[in-house]
Write a protein that binds this ligand. Structure first.
Ligand SMILES: [Zn+2]
Length: 457
């Protein structure tokens, strides 16, 4: 697609929208309008007001649909897409280490670079369809490490989405692949650091699998490499009690203490899950300003436990919401977060709806600043990135800025998304994808996934 006019000069005025801004002081505009100028939101108001002020702008009539900031996913695995519907041979896994060994570590070993590409594309189609425009990915493909992050980056760029990428370094596949994982993180991060303008919607962190598959030596090598680049880490932390048992046995200390002493924690580091953390570990995460992300659907699926999210937030930890490779329907993840804590604590007051929405939008938007320090997302405000979604949702009860969270949790489904915009670029309109060829991606991924399944011994 060639565009004669530079993007910064194009103006699109969305009209007749029910506009929910979220953000610090959330507002709701009935018959609202929003002006997109280049990549950003240039004005917000009523259709009458902005229609008069911007008569020359191209119009996009929302026909009363609900317009919201696009969703953000703080932790995902694009490489997991080919697991959907896959039969795992043998007895069902009885615990989390068996799930890793029997499913994920067999799947990731079977991936080629083309599989990596299509697995990512499948997830990106899902993200555009369901209005998630910013994704923080954690990648593994032990037999196709070098260049894997470039392949994913290319898919993300083609989709028109925003993503931060990293490779999960681990010792489980031997020292050579551990070194290759380190090299891939370094190579990709350096590529972005040396030419930041070449890929403004990509970010990088230093990926580590988890304490239970990392030796002290490898950890030290990773810390040295990440320090030189000035980037933080993205690592699973105490997802299952097995991670704590391993750390106590191997290092004589708990996971967070081990990572703290190794120099992994800090304000640019994402500690994923933190299901099994004690008071001392919560204090260390707080002191170091380390981010935690919560993935309730994954935790329930793996039967690993319930993360003490509210306790961590009360302690001052910043907690975001990810999907851990589940569908990119973040409304479903929000619902899971809303429900699971009530059940686990047998208290309907646990994890209130406004807190869920704050975690999913405000916290995740702040987390994204690790990778894009100037970026404002997760809210519709003047100067924020034009990342938004249209939802074919017409409330049957009063909708106000105050009760919006409960409409999102009880009424809205991701399937109601009809349009997705990322950084001013329209990626889906009237449910039609504009940047990705869904039919081709679906057909090719089915062929590739079948071959991957065959290769799983
Ligand atoms: Zn994960």
């Amino acid at each position: 697609m060639t565009q004669e006019t530079p993007r910064s000069q194009t103006q699109t005025l969305i009209t007749h929208a029910r506009l929910a801004t979220l953000g610090e002081s959330p507002q709701l505009f009935e018959d609202g309008a929003l002006l997109i100028e280049g990549e950003t939101i240039a004005a917000i108001g009523t259709t009458a007001e902005l229609g008069t002020r911007y008569p020359a702008a191209e119009r996009w009539d929302a026909h009363g649909q609900l317009v919201l900031p696009a969703a953000i996913c703080a932790h995902t695995h694009f490489y997991g897409a080919f697991a959907r519907g896959m039969a795992i041979p043998g007895e069902p896994a009885a615990n989390f280490p068996q799930i890793l060994e029997r499913l994920w570590w067999r799947l990731d070993k079977a991936l080629t670079l083309e599989d990596v590409k299509y697995s990512a594309l499948v997830c990106l189609v899902d993200a555009v369809r369901h209005g998630t425009t910013t994704l923080i990915d954690h990648h593994a493909s032990p037999n196709a490490i070098e260049g894997s992050l470039d392949v994913i980056a290319e898919a993300v760029t083609q989709a028109g989405l925003r993503a931060s990428l990293c490779y999960e370094v681990t010792d489980r596949d031997g020292p050579e692949r551990a070194r290759a994982g380190i090299a891939e993180n370094v190579r990709f991060a350096r590529r972005l650091l040396t030419a930041p303008d070449s890929a403004p919607h990509l970010g990088a962190s230093f990926g580590l699998h988890a304490s239970l598959t990392l030796s002290d030596e490898t950890l030290a090598d990773c810390v040295a490499a990440a320090r030189e680049l000035g980037i933080g880490f993205h690592v699973h932390v105490a997802e299952d009690v097995a991670d704590q048992d391993d750390a106590l046995q191997k290092a004589g200390r708990r996971v967070v203490q081990r990572f703290h002493e190794a120099g992994i924690l800090g304000p640019n580091t994402l500690a994923i899950h933190c299901v099994h953390v004690d008071d001392d570990e919560i204090a260390r995460l707080t002191e170091t300003g380390t981010w935690v992300t919560h993935q309730p659907r994954s935790n329930m699926n793996n039967g690993v436990g319930v993360a003490p999210v509210e306790q961590m937030i009360r302690a001052g930890i910043r907690v975001g919401l990810g999907n851990d490779g589940f569908s990119n329907q973040m409304f479903a993840e929000m619902k899971a977060a809303y429900l699971v804590h009530k059940l686990a604590q047998r208290d309907p007051r646990a994890m209130p709806g406004d807190l869920v929405i704050r975690i999913a939008y405000a916290h995740n938007a702040q987390l994204a600043r690790i990778f894009w320090p100037e970026l404002t997302i997760g809210e519709l405000s003047v100067g924020a990135a034009a990342d938004l979604v249209f939802l074919d949702y017409h409330p049957t009860t009063p909708l106000t800025e105050g009760n919006l969270p409960w409409h999102l949790l009880f009424g809205v489904e991701a399937s109601a998304v009809t349009a997705t915009v990322c950084a001013g670029q329209v990626l889906m309109r009237d449910r039609k994808l504009l940047t990705l060829d869904e039919e081709e991606i679906t057909a090719r991924s089915r062929e590739l996934a079948a071959k991957v399944w065959e290769r799983l011994e």
